[in-house]
Design a protein around this ligand. Structure first.
Ligand code: SAT
Ligand code: MN
Length: 616
């Protein structure tokens, strides 16, 4: 899809090259000069993060055809972006970890030698920003003035990236001022890889067929070429806050995780915080915005995608959400499934690859039960309910500030973070994995995390539905050898000792023999969270099963929900012979890591097998 628009030369130049602000650290200025010399942009802008700047950039993108302004009566200050149809998701096959040693990236990452990758990138980035403005984005991850906080600089030639980073991070002048002579900062370079020759017409969504999402964990750098989409281009997110931060966390003794953060207040007024890891597009945003169906509980949102966790002075695990916004999957987000998200999106939102209504508002599958009669689909084509393809791309997204969420917790930007009471691992499994199971202890919890598997979603390129091991939901996001990461988790548990939060596994997606979901999910998941938190408090009994502790039926609050004995049985059925087949698959997965798998994890596998044999 190439929409011809005004060429750069035809557009009145927005800005001449700006000098660096006088408070910019000389190392940042040197980095910007170096990248400008390499990429040869037409002009340079230092991003300040102001509302006026957002307004100017979104108007520029409207003129360039990148954004369509939505009807201000229906969706004020909101925009629709339609990406190039080949640039719609993270590209895991083109994502690289460039550590000095291949072993340090491990078998689940694509590895390239740093020198080799640098040579490739030098070639690709040489002149890559010709005819474009180069934006310098200073950003902070985590609340300001917090022990958790980290800073970064992303250089990009995409105003869409600037506008999105302004929502997703604490971006601009304040961030740049955080960088002093001794501050460690992450350097990120991004280009859509579409230089413009003099007089050449731009397209609405410039990108390149060649894509490289490259990380240099040892030097804390990210270089991304060819894509403007989500995690490929908003380098603060998966690139920094997970891939680079996981390495920083290993070196500094903390955890960078693909986890939502949820605050729960019990009917008795007791406050708990839950951290939960799920693969992309498995309902993290929905759980983060849970509306409990059981009376008395209050849920509040802290984060929906990433958590940074540290042990505090009292030895407890504390967490912050390093981001400032939500980049959530639109399809399936509806009045019935996530009313909070729908309310959050009232305005000030950038939508990408959703459908457009004739009135100038947005729509996607699952927003409403009834499909609109007429739409423009994500590709810009006429669409009706009779159309054979979805109106919104399955990985279409909304980008919106966290502060706009009506149930955001006051503590969401508390510099001290919140104390974590329970950790949950989840995935999408039609079979075998029960609705909820409690790990026997931290070490068993690490084993559960290490062996989590899930059916693939549209969040990354690949075959949707295919089962894959996705340890800790970090398969695409761990910046170092995954087996070393398991060891790091064991080490953190050793340090936490008695204070270690309990670990649970959940599966909202188990199906019966007819392919029907056994559990209603969404707000009803509060029943599972209720059991988990009463369990944490020693208020709920469990049955020991080979795979962990399962709730007793009368210990789960099922009031007002029709769950037959048969359904309950199917939700919690542990078929030992099928689980033994799973253990073979786990073993095969571990074998890929060779000697690096921690002894204690291997031992857990053996213990699980003998418990399964015991009940067979
Ligand atoms: O595209 S992102 O990586 O930002 C979203 C996701 O896959 O979780
Ligand atoms: Mn995610």
């Amino acid at each position: 899809m190439t929409i011809p628009v005004l060429s750069r030369a035809q557009l009145s130049r927005e800005h001449d090259t700006e000098a660096a602000p006088d408070y910019a650290d000389p190392r940042v200025v040197a980095f910007v000069d170096k990248i400008a010399a390499l990429t040869k942009p037409e002009s340079i802008e230092w991003v300040d993060g102001s509302v006026a700047e957002f307004d100017r950039l979104t108007r520029l993108m409207e003129r360039q055809g990148t954004l369509t302004r939505l009807n201000p009566e229906l969706r004020p200050y909101s925009f629709l972006a339609r990406s190039n149809p080949d640039d719609v998701a993270r590209v895991e096959a083109r994502t690289f970890i460039c550590s000095e040693k291949a072993q340090d990236a491990g078998p689940t990452n694509n590895w390239r030698a740093p020198a080799e990758m640098r040579a490739t990138l030098e070639r690709l980035f040489d002149g890559a920003m010709r005819g474009r403005t180069m934006y310098v984005i200073p950003f902070v991850m985590g609340p300001l003035d917090s022990p958790f906080t980290k800073v970064g600089i992303e250089i990009t030639d995409s105003p869409y990236v600037v506008a999105s980073m302004g929502i997703m991070t604490r971006m601009g002048t304040e961030a740049l001022k955080q960088i002093g002579p001794d501050t460690e900062w992450v350097a990120a370079v991004h280009s859509v890889g579409a230089p413009l020759a003099e007089g050449e017409a731009d397209v609405a969504w410039p990108c390149n067929d060649t894509k490289y999402i490259s990380h240099f964990p040892e030097t804390r750098e990210i270089w991304s070429f060819g894509s403007a989409y989500g995690g490929n281009a908003l380098l603060a997110k998966k690139g920094f806050a997970l891939r680079i931060a996981s390495v920083q966390a290993r070196d500094e003794g903390w955890l960078a995780e693909h986890m939502l953060l949820l605050k729960m207040t019990s009917p008795q007024g007791k406050v708990y915080h839950v951290a939960a890891a799920f693969p992309s597009a498995c309902g993290k945003t929905n759980l983060a915005m849970l509306r409990p169906t059981i009376p008395g509980w209050k849920a509040e949102t802290i984060g929906d995608d990433i958590a940074w966790l540290r042990i505090d002075e009292e030895g407890r695990l504390r967490a912050v959400n390093p981001e400032a916004g939500f980049f959530g999957v639109a399809p399936g987000t509806g009045v019935k499934t996530n009313a909070t998200a729908v309310d959050t999106l009232w305005g000030n939102t950038i939508f990408t690859n959703v459908a457009l209504t004739p009135e100038g508002d947005v729509w996607w599958e699952g927003l409403t039960d009834e499909k609109p009669e007429r739409l423009t689909d994500w590709l810009g084509n006429e669409w009706t309910p009779a159309s054979s393809s979805p109106a919104a791309h399955p990985n279409s997204r909304f980008t919106v500030a966290a502060s706009q969420c009506p149930m955001i917790a006051d503590e969401w930007d508390d510099p001290q973070g919140v104390v974590i009471d329970a950790i949950i691992f989840g995935g999408r499994r039609a079979t075998n994995v029960p609705l909820v199971v409690e790990a026997r202890d931290w070490e068993h919890g690490v084993f559960i995390g290490a062996t989590v598997s899930s059916e693939q979603t549209a969040a990354a390129e690949g075959t949707v539905g295919q089962l894959r091991r996705d340890p800790f939901a970090m398969l695409p996001f761990c910046g170092y050898n995954m087996a070393d990461y398991w060891q790091h988790w064991l080490n953190v548990g050793d340090r936490l000792g008695e204070n270690a939060p309990r670990i649970f596994q959940v599966n909202w997606f188990r199906k019966d023999e007819h392919g029907k979901f056994l559990w209603p999910g969404f707000g009803e998941n509060s029943r599972v969270i209720d059991w988990i938190l009463r369990r944490v408090d020693g208020q709920a009994d469990a049955d020991e099963a080979p795979i962990g502790n399962l709730p007793k039926r009368d210990e789960m609050n099922l009031d007002g929900l029709e769950i037959s004995d048969d359904t309950w049985q199917k939700l919690f059925d542990i078929d030992a012979s099928r689980w033994l087949v799973e253990t073979d698959d786990m073993e095969a997965f571990f074998e890929r890591f060779g000697e690096r798998v921690p002894e204690r994890v291997i031992q857990q596998l053996g213990e699980l097998r003998s418990r399964l044999h015991g009940v067979e």
